[in-house]
Design a protein around this ligand. Sequence first.
Ligand SMILES: *[C@@H]1O[C@H](CO)[C@@H](O)[C@H](O)[C@H]1NC(C)=O
Ligand SMILES: *[C@@H]1O[C@H](CO)[C@@H](O)[C@H](O)[C@H]1NC(C)=O
Ligand SMILES: *[C@@H]1O[C@H](CO)[C@@H](O)[C@H](O)[C@H]1NC(C)=O
Ligand SMILES: *[C@@H]1O[C@H](CO)[C@@H](O)[C@H](O)[C@H]1NC(C)=O
Ligand SMILES: *[C@@H]1O[C@H](CO)[C@@H](O)[C@H](O)[C@H]1NC(C)=O
Ligand SMILES: *[C@@H]1O[C@H](CO)[C@@H](O)[C@H](O)[C@H]1NC(C)=O
Ligand SMILES: *[C@@H]1O[C@H](CO)[C@@H](O)[C@H](O)[C@H]1NC(C)=O
Ligand SMILES: *[C@@H]1O[C@H](CO)[C@@H](O)[C@H](O)[C@H]1NC(C)=O
Ligand SMILES: *[C@@H]1O[C@H](CO)[C@@H](O)[C@H](O)[C@H]1NC(C)=O
Ligand SMILES: *[C@@H]1O[C@H](CO)[C@@H](O)[C@H](O)[C@H]1NC(C)=O
Ligand SMILES: *[C@@H]1O[C@H](CO)[C@@H](O)[C@H](O)[C@H]1NC(C)=O
Length: 843
Amino acid sequence: MAQTSLLCRSYLLFVVFLIVGVLAQYEWQSKDNFDAIKFKFDKVSGDNCPIQHVSDLYLPEDTISHKPNIKEININPVFPNRTALLHLHNMALSRSFFWSYILQSRFIRPAINDTYDPGMMYYFLSTVADVSANPYINASAIYFAPNCSYSSSYRGFFNKTFPRFAPRTFRQDDFNDPIHLQKISTMNTFEITDLGATPEEAFSKDYTSDLYKINEWYKTWLPDEVGVRHDTKTTYQVQIRYANNTNETFTFHGPPGADEEPGPVKWTRPYFDCGRSNKWLVAAVTPIADIYPRHTQFRHIEYPKYTGIAVLEMDFERIDINQCPKGEGNNKPNRFAGTARCKEETTECEPLQGWGFRRGGYQCRCKPGFRIPSNIRRPFLGEIIERASAEQYYNGFDCLKIGWVQKQPIQWERAPYRIREKHLDRRPEYRNYTTGPSSLHTERMNVDQAIKFIHGVNENTCKNFHPQDLILHGDISFGAKEQFENEAKMAVRLANFISAFLQVSDPNEVYSGRRVADKPLTEDQMIGETLALVLGNTRVSDPNEVYSGRRVADKPLTEDQMIGETLALVLGNTRVWAAGTYWERNKFTNRTYFAPFAYKQQLNTRKFKVEDLARLNKTGEIYTEQTWFQSLKQRWSTNFDDLQKYYLKIRIRHNETGDHLQKYERYPTFYRAGNLKHGFWSQPRFDCNGYVKKWLITYAAPFFGWDSLKVKLEFKGVVAVSMDMLQLDVNQCADKFYAPNAFKDTHKCDEKTSYCVPILGRGFETGGYKCECLQGFEYPFEDLITYYDGQLVEAEFQNIVEDKETRYDMFKCRLAGASAIRAASTLIAGLLILMASLVYRFR
Ligand SMILES: *[C@@H]1O[C@H](CO)[C@@H](O)[C@H](O)[C@H]1NC(C)=O
Ligand SMILES: *[C@@H]1O[C@H](CO)[C@@H](O)[C@H](O)[C@H]1NC(C)=O
Ligand SMILES: *[C@@H]1O[C@H](CO)[C@@H](O)[C@H](O)[C@H]1NC(C)=O
Ligand SMILES: *[C@@H]1O[C@H](CO)[C@@H](O)[C@H](O)[C@H]1NC(C)=O
Ligand SMILES: *[C@@H]1O[C@H](CO)[C@@H](O)[C@H](O)[C@H]1NC(C)=O
Ligand SMILES: *[C@@H]1O[C@H](CO)[C@@H](O)[C@H](O)[C@H]1NC(C)=O
Ligand SMILES: *[C@@H]1O[C@H](CO)[C@@H](O)[C@H](O)[C@H]1NC(C)=O
Ligand SMILES: *[C@@H]1O[C@H](CO)[C@@H](O)[C@H](O)[C@H]1NC(C)=O
Ligand SMILES: *[C@@H]1O[C@H](CO)[C@@H](O)[C@H](O)[C@H]1NC(C)=O
Ligand SMILES: *[C@@H]1O[C@H](CO)[C@@H](O)[C@H](O)[C@H]1NC(C)=O
Ligand SMILES: *[C@@H]1O[C@H](CO)[C@@H](O)[C@H](O)[C@H]1NC(C)=O
């Protein structure tokens, strides 16, 4: 009896401890803005969203801070925590230019009583490629204003418009999808619908109506009431030189320029994508311009107008938040500012990248004058602080005060002979160096000379160098794969689109009114099919379906479409200087060679040039002989197993007026295309006879279509983009022995006491790093920072080389605690006691 009561009591005690413990763990954490937003975020789900109030379907504007701004892109570096958003921005911009161009390109063609506009499948697959080529983009759509979309997909549809047209693709989580038996998410299944296919009276499904609730994107640019003014839209000029050597200058209306107010891209608040993908999304929205109304025969009553918008969306959850207090680098509206839990007396907060909408995406660094305790290796991680109990929190996460800080000396001296020799011995490449192109080929590279040579080549001087010297080794452009990833992805997107179009759309397909759907599967068919195919097939075919007789398949890709797509790569991304779509011999309809190449010669311009490189068709000149073309062609000549397979579930409109959705004839269908890894990065080179006279790095992505028998894939060509190498950041820090970086380990930090950390955004110059103190060492000077800046270090090292006044030898960290007063006083006390005892003894 006594025993059980003891047991009971100890259980009780344990439970009490548990409760107190659990409560106490978070008692030090008060509720803040993050919790408020998280509450709103969790409140809405796919099931309850239709009955939520509109205001609950949106999050406040300032939950996304540091939105990329096109006015600053070429001025300030874009941080890694915003590269995904920047890409969303650029893709939206590029789409806007493409559709504006292609809708107006009818003015460079003879007038016919038909439309030159792309068919519906072009729209669908274009939105698919936006998402399929970019893992970070979750949805892409084009919404047309009512009665503004012309189409070539219906017979006798000349001068008629769809009441509404809105092709949209979003990536589906295909974890539970019967087409994948392995039950894992491939992230390669896409749901494609035409949101314009709604019955006339269903207002809550009409994306132009207020009852749609989540259509804030629609209201950003549409409806566009311009009256009859002709000058409301920005114009862009393209000079086209065709293969037959005729020139044409085409001016078209597009989105606002980067220098205008508002700029071309508007952002929406985060909203809940209710009834569609049922997630919180953020959209970048750009307008599509056209000249409207069409075919009036009187140009003066046709005026430029925004007839549609391109909307590209990404998960809100994946966008990094910045919890640090307001300050430099975090001064714009930011709902989450100041929710970090750094101990402000001794540490300061620094955001970390890649945490998304989660607590703890920061670290707490020591303030100047403080250092981390010697048993800790790195700054305190926010994630760990957030999980700490009250006891841990109040007793830890503090930096220690540095007892004694030195002042920076005001006067410097020349380094003594011995010191100078010591430093030069360590870096013999500064004793006796070569200049010019050969500086790149020495055993130990002298960075300053190498970079001086690279900067010394420009359009005037390039003729003085041997062509061999104007092709650099690939290790000079180390980091291009990461730093130009967004640009490369734009090429992958176009390659993906062409692959999809060549594989999914068949121009000879006839949708006749008398055609009936497949009969249900017979037993014999079942036996022959693999399980996977059958599962796919039973969902494809609805035996009661009857196809409408007026729909026609898309025509093959046209030259204008390819020119427009290529141009859009250059217009949509300021870092792309040139782009080309190079078709393999005899693969483009009715052409032997075809290679639209778009480029610009100036930054911030509205004049662009396009040239069909098929004009240069002599041996030695033709584009199919370029290394990147050849190597991709060889790689993809027979084996396509490595390619990604993308599944499409397309639902199209029932008839011209829309009315309701129906499955596309092949449902689901698929195509195969490459991803970022399947492309080719070229060596940096300066083409003295080229169109863009800069050090260019080219990325090329292959595209594929069916062969003439439609049984096997084949290589059809390449999409290439070229970027300016001088926009790369040089990384001088040490790295693994196999990292292909020509500038590796050329930093000038003191290796015994400090280590090198790259700094972003310093460009193709030396000094893009900082020297941080190693564990157990501290920064000795009174200063606003706690590291040595690479630019300063490099400059002072140069003074050593030139034997001038320098303080390079001072750029070291001090052994931590060695000079703290406490350590010194114990030492003195010890000494005193020792002396006292000695005196006492020998007295
Ligand atoms: C287009 O149709 C109109 C009226 O039907 C006719 O007058 C005109 O000649 C046609 N134009 C062409 C290029 O066929
Ligand atoms: C949406 O995009 C993110 C990357 O930004 C990705 O991790 C996530 O899986 C995507 N969601 C879906 C359903 O595709
Ligand atoms: C679009 O055109 C249809 C048919 O001509 C018309 O009934 C409808 O009112 C138009 N819609 C708008 C928004 O102009
Ligand atoms: C040259 O080619 C373009 C595009 O293919 C065509 O529009 C133009 O009419 C051609 N010019 C001549 C003189 O053949
Ligand atoms: C087209 O323009 C280029 C320069 O852009 C020029 O060299 C060429 O002679 C022009 N061709 C014709 C036929 O005018
Ligand atoms: C095309 O439609 C516009 C506006 O509806 C009309 O003004 C024009 O006359 C039509 N053109 C033809 C050739 O039917
Ligand atoms: C992104 O990183 C930069 C540099 O570290 C910082 O200034 C900025 O506040 C960060 N932004 C966000 C939203 O984390
Ligand atoms: C510098 O290098 C050249 C050739 O490599 C060599 O002949 C010369 O002796 C070197 N001078 C010194 C001071 O090392
Ligand atoms: C290709 O050429 C043939 C014959 O000249 C023509 O009938 C066909 O319309 C052309 N196809 C395209 C897409 O221009
Ligand atoms: C090269 O181009 C010229 C002019 O466009 C054409 O006459 C010739 O047939 C082409 N040569 C080849 C090999 O395609
Ligand atoms: C489209 O389909 C709906 C429903 O079947 C029908 O009422 C409507 O008349 C059709 N529109 C056309 C243009 O055929």
